[in-house]
Each structure stands twice: as structure tokens, then as C-alpha cells.
Design a protein around this ligand. Structure first.
Ligand SMILES: C[S@@+](CC[C@H](N)C(=O)[O-])C[C@H]1O[C@@H](n2cnc3c(N)ncnc32)[C@H](O)[C@@H]1O
Length: 126
């Protein structure tokens, strides 16, 4: 499938192009955004806009400490979530938070780059 036919691949190509052609000065590289956690009103609005259902599979791109997907999983009892986090320390924090919330069966954390993860089963992305 060509990038024209595959919007997901076109998005990945664009992100890679933008981050690689940043020119001189600080390079963003694969770390697309620093950790800047969403405050509760932002989490609440995100959940409202996502309008998740029990049959959804939510991928959180750059899940940080996992607060958005954990709030989503608590609010929506059948929801499955996959958080992807580039930074090892935050990925571990998210894993611990998922365990503390008792959500391991429905929420998993991948320590990796969003550009490398297969998200073909996603029905929703945050
Ligand atoms: C602005 S924070 C948002 C954290 C969380 N989603 C929230 O709303 O609280 C962005 C997160 O994305 C992560 N990140 C940046 N580039 C990434 C990449 N290429 N793959 C996976 N995670 C990435 C950062 O480490 C950081 O934790």
C-alpha cells in the first residue's frame, strides 16, 4: 500500500521528515515531545471528546505516567488501552500506576517509539 493509500503511513512519513529536516540547532529526533503531564481538567475533556465505549481499544501515544489511559479505563469498564512511552522511567511509572489501579488485564504499557509500534487494532488514539 502506498503512502497515498495509507494515511497512517503518510502521517509517520511526515513526522519523520519534519523531525529529520529540522536543520541546525537542537534536534528533536525520535523524542517527539517532553513529558508534560495533562492536568485533570484536560484529562476530563479528552475523555469527553474521545467518547470511548466498552469495545474500544485506545492507544495513548506518549503515555507519560499513564494518567489519561488509566482514567479512561476506570471510566469505561470494558475498554482496553495500550500506552506507548519512549522514556524508560515514565514507562515504568505508568506500569506501576496501572498495577496500583488493578488494571493490568486491560491496560498495557509498551516502552518504545510510537513510530515503531503496530497499532492496527486501535479504534481510538490519544
Ligand atoms: C506531553 S507528554 C504527555 C503525557 C501524557 N500523555 C499526558 O497527557 O499526561 C508527552 C510524552 O510523550 C513521550 N514521547 C515523546 N516522544 C515519543 C515517542 N517517539 N514515542 C513514545 N513516546 C514519546 C514523552 O516521553 C512524554 O512522556
Amino acid at each position: 500500500m502506498s503512502p497515498q493509500e495509507d494515511p497512517g503511513q503518510a502521517l509517520v512519513d511526515t513526522i519523520q521528515e519534519v523531525t529529520q529536516d529540522a536543520g541546525p540547532g537542537p534536534r528533536i529526533g525520535e523524542n517527539l515531545a517532553p513529558f508534560n503531564p495533562s492536568m485533570q481538567p484536560v484529562v476530563d475533556t479528552a475523555l469527553e471528546l474521545l467518547a470511548l465505549t466498552d469495545s474500544d481499544v485506545l492507544y495513548e501515544l506518549g503515555c507519560g505516567d499513564g494518567r489519561v489511559m488509566i482514567a479512561a479505563a476506570i471510566a469505561t469498564p470494558g475498554l482496553r488501552c495500550v500506552g506507548i512511552e519512549y522514556d524508560a522511567e515514565y514507562a515504568e511509572r505508568a506500569r506501576r500506576a496501572v498495577e496500583t489501579a488493578g488494571l493490568e488485564e486491560r491496560v498495557s504499557v509498551i516502552h518504545g517509539n510510537v513510530l515503531d509500534v503496530d497499532m492496527s487494532d486501535a479504534t481510538s488514539v490519544s
